[in-house]
Design a binder for this molecule. Structure first.
Ligand code: SIN
Length: 267
């Protein structure tokens, strides 16, 4: 199956044009998609028309799925592998997670095995706003000043869920990608509680310096969604954030389905 790979920014990201992922991919096509994902970190499959089951089947080509723990009615009825990310309300209740990813984070970092990646599929979009930012943490690691690399060194950080306080995990501040071997910054402002073995003020000030570095525009790509976009990020080396500045505007309708692919224990 032929398709085009078009880079989206100098930081990361590529659009995949001309590939219908609702149908099973042959092995050669899958291998090319997999390679593109490792090279570009975020892939945007344009113009998809996916049923929930097709979305799940394509996601499973990359590994087993991991149902997101923030359930509480946030999953699509009959499809526990699909998390609904939506500003819609029905009968006075949110139909999914309304304010998903309001600050920079990687998915399920508070689990022993954080996600390999997530696939977010745009079903309804607002006329403006609702972009998703992606930041390349391998590039950020390479450019991190030696002083900060040495200060965090081989240390680990504690990650906690913002929605379920009983979920915690310790992971390296800098992790190694299990497929490419590249190092990246793994701590993030939403889910990292502190650096293990450091007093709270020292940990906070070191993390603040690392985050200020990570947010620099040369590491970031802002994705402006189009209907039918299926976006797949490598959660092992990418942070993401949703722009929810219009969240309180009743005219702001943004409705998406997300699958989450299970990952490895970070090292
Ligand atoms: C998420 O953090 O999974 C959601 C990102 C988005 O809605 O853009």
């Amino acid at each position: 199956m032929s398709f085009e790979i078009r880079p989206l920014s100098d930081a990361l990201g590529a659009e995949i044009v001309g590939l219908d992922v609702s149908r099973p991919l042959d092995d050669a096509t899958f291998a090319r998609v997999h390679r593109a994902h490792l090279d570009h970190l975020v892939l945007v499959f344009r113009g998809q028309r996916l049923t929930p089951q097709q979305h799940i089947d394509f996601s499973k080509r990359f590994g087993p799925l991991d149902a997101h723990p923030s359930q509480g009615g946030a999953h699509l009825a009959g499809f526990p592998d699909i998390l609904v990310v939506s500003t819609k309300r029905e009968n006075g209740k949110d139909v999914g997670v309304r304010n998903a990813g309001p600050t920079w984070h990687s998915d399920l970092a508070y689990r022993d095995r954080p996600a390999l990646g997530s696939m977010l599929y745009a079903l309804e979009l607002p006329d403006s706003g609702g972009d998703t930012g992606f930041a390349n943490m391998a590039m950020a690691y390479d450019a991190l000043p030696r002083r900060l690399k040495d200060a965090a060194g081989e240390k680990r950080a504690l990650f906690s869920s913002t929605r379920n306080t009983s979920l915690h995990a310790l992971h390296p501040v800098f992790r190694t990608h299990p497929e490419t071997g590249r190092k990246s910054i793994f701590v993030n402002p939403q889910l990292t509680a502190g650096i293990d073995g450091m007093d709270a003020p020292s940990s906070s000030s070191l993390l603040a310096e690392i985050y200020a570095h990570c947010r620099q525009p040369e590491f970031v790509y802002w994705h402006k969604w189009r209907p039918g976009d299926l976006t797949f990020w490598d959660n092992r080396c990418v942070l993401h954030i949703a722009d929810h500045t219009r969240l309180d505007d009743p005219a702001y309708i943004r409705h998406m389905h997300r699958t989450t692919i299970a990952g490895d224990v970070p090292f």
